[in-house]
Design a protein around this ligand. Structure first.
Ligand SMILES: [Zn+2]
Ligand SMILES: [Zn+2]
Length: 362
């Protein structure tokens, strides 16, 4: 049982973090505030890793180590930043678990990972290394999810959140005088061919799950009416329930672009950015999480589909058995990343119960 005192301490901490909101990669004050809070209020061993940190509960003779991860970053908003994804709540609850661990003997070591830069996918890849460094067996995290019953634990077998990445295609041709287009190599047509081929590439029906290519934007040449285009760029976001489909789709787009470029006598190259592997739950560990949640009196709901958005928690699965669950933020709560959104403190009891029950039994 989580006592009222802990819930109100974590609520106050959450509001403090809310007011500190800093964008991805700039979580300086947030990180030092959390470290100071844990230093004053717990005996956890703090490991400072620069942009992020771990707080460690060590038990002599423990035969396993489990980890919990929370993200600390906010989103750019106006002139500053705002916690429009509720990461202030995730971090406050993780610090709350630190308070709860005080004086307890559980038979396992517990590593609390306070991660920077989730929104850009840059933090997960780095912080997942903590799992290797501390020989972690299992790692847990939660994300609050509007549109679902307040405090319900949302379980998903297989993929929890989609793989995604930004793809930039660069076409290089030869510019020419607009009056003599035949003396140049205009790459705009190859770029346009790729755009028009996207629906068919995506709808080819050979995917294991939802697979998407979203056209984000394009630039062909310059707005100078005396010159025909000599270069073109296409920006796509690829998204899929699983990593294999995402790679296949990227390969198919690459092939289509190369064929189109070749036939027009232009060159094409590509780069990727904002790379998120699929966040895939370990099946056995998820079964265990479900049982622990039910025994702790939490409401469990099976999610019929993965979240379409991505979570850089996907990187953690490479180093330990990983499970991420959703926690319902309320049926009519504003959507994530919208300006009226904030983390609902009403779900602090359930999220603290979730983490403490997993620390105790998981
Ligand atoms: Zn977000
Ligand atoms: Zn988020």
């Amino acid at each position: 049982m989580i006592d009222e005192q802990l819930i109100s301490t974590v609520g106050a901490l959450r509001q403090m973090l809310h007011s500190l909101a800093e964008p991805s990669g700039q979580e300086k004050q947030t990180k030092s505030f959390l470290m100071e809070f844990l230093c004053h209020n717990t005996t956890l061993h703090l490991e400072d890793n620069g942009q992020w940190f771990c707080a460690i509960h060590e038990e002599p003779g423990a035969d396993e180590t489990i980890a919990f991860r929370a993200d600390m970053d906010a989103l750019p908003f106006g002139d500053g930043a705002a916690h429009l994804c509720g990461h202030d709540g995730h971090s406050a609850v993780l610090a709350g678990l630190g308070l709860w661990l005080e004086g307890r003997t559980l038979g396992r070591n517990i590593v609390l990972i306070f991660q920077h830069a989730e929104e850009t996918g840059a933090g997960g890849e780095i912080c997942a290394q903590a799992l290797k460094a501390h020989t972690v067996d299992r790692v847990y995290a939660f994300h609050n999810i509007p549109g679902w019953e307040t405090g319900a634990i949302l379980l998903r077998r297989g993929t929890f959140a989609c793989a995604s990445r930004g793809m930039t295609l660069n076409f290089h041709g030869t510019p020419s005088h607009a009056a003599y287009p035949e003396s140049g190599k205009n790459p705009g047509f190859a770029a346009a061919h790729v755009i028009s081929a996207l629906p068919e590439l995506v709808n080819s029906g050979r995917w294991q799950g939802l697979t998407m290519a979203t056209l984000i934007g394009a630039q062909i040449g310059e707005k100078a009416f005396g010159s025909a285009a000599g270069s073109a760029e296409l920006w796509l976001t690829l998204r899929a329930w699983n990593d294999t489909d995402l790679h296949t789709l990227a390969g198919a787009i690459e092939d289509t672009a190369e064929t189109a470029a070749f036939s027009d006598g232009v060159r094409v190259s590509h780069t990727f950015c904002d790379i998120f592997p699929a966040a895939t739950n370990d099946t056995e560990t998820l079964d265990r999480v479900e049982q622990i949640c039910r025994e702790a009196g939490l409401t469990c709901i099976e999610m019929p589909e993965p979240m379409r958005w991505s979570e850089d928690f996907g990187y953690y699965g490479a180093f330990a058995k990983a499970v991420m669950v959703g926690v319902g933020a309320g049926l009519s709560w504003p959507q994530l990343h919208t300006e009226n959104y904030f983390f609902p403190d009403d779900i602090l009891p359930q999220t603290l119960t979730l983490f403490s029950a997993l620390a105790e039994h998981g």
